[in-house]
Each structure stands twice: as C-alpha cells, then as structure tokens.
Design a protein around this ligand. Sequence first.
Ligand code: HEC
Length: 114
Amino acid sequence: MNSIINRSWLQLASWLLAGLVLALLPAAVLSGTPKSPPAPTGQTIYKQHCFSCHPGGANLVKPSKPVKDSKTLATFATFKAYLSAPLGHMPYYQHLVEDDAALKALYHYCRAFK
Ligand code: HEC
C-alpha cells in the first residue's frame, strides 16, 4: 500500500520534472545567444528628435524650410553635411551625425515624405 503511494508520487514528481525541463530548455537555448537591442528605425529617431519641429515633414519653426522635398535630401552625403552644420534654429545632433547606421535610417525615413 505504502509503496504504491510512494511510487505514484515518484511518477508524478518525475513528470513534473520532465515538464519543467521541457519548458525551460528552449528559453535557456534562446538566451544562450545574447542579442544586442534592435537598432532604432528611422521613424523612431525622427519621432524622438525631429517630429516636434517637423511633423509630417513640415517645418513649424520656419515653414518655408520643410524636410519634405528638401534639397538637402538629394543624397546621403548632402543630408549628413546639412545635419553636421545645420542652419538657424535647426539643432545639431552630434550622436546622430556620428552614427552612420542611424543617420541612414533617418535619411530614408525623411526621403519617404510625400
Ligand atoms: C527645434 C526645432 C527643430 C528640430 C527639433 C529639428 N529641426 Fe530641422 N529645421 C529646423 C529649422 C528652424 C530649420 C530651418 C533652418 C534655416 O534654414 O533657417 C530646419 C531645417 C531642416 C532641414 C533643411 C530644410 C531645407 O531645405 O533647408 C532639414 C532636412 C531638417 N531640418 C531635418 C531635421 C531632422 C532630420 C531633424 C531631426 C534629427 C530635425 N530637422 C530637427 C528646426 C528643427
């Protein structure tokens, strides 16, 4: 009698253990390869840095100088040059200018304004 109860507890315990291992294994395997956080998209960067003055590619501070269709978007080089030495009240973003990957994402986002 006692041994039957003991055996079924043992069986239950081993099922639980097996279930636990199966449940945790994929997580352990996945977390084994540390991933760097995903690079911010052009849209995220634009929202964080540009949107307040340039919603939808417009220019709230100087309406005659919208982002949309700006000549500074002609090439990535002209865009980078402009952001490296912005005019008037257009702020300078050192961390963006020094990060080509982020700047490229931002560039493509700005070019998509229609
Ligand atoms: C504080 C407000 C402000 C913010 C924030 C801002 N800008 Fe500007 N931006 C301006 C102003 C003002 C001008 C016009 C400068 C001038 O010619 O006097 C301008 C001009 C521009 C132009 C050139 C338009 C042209 O053809 O001359 C581009 C491109 C531009 N901004 C892109 C951006 C991007 C990209 C960001 C975000 C990284 C950004 N701006 C953030 C105010 C801002």
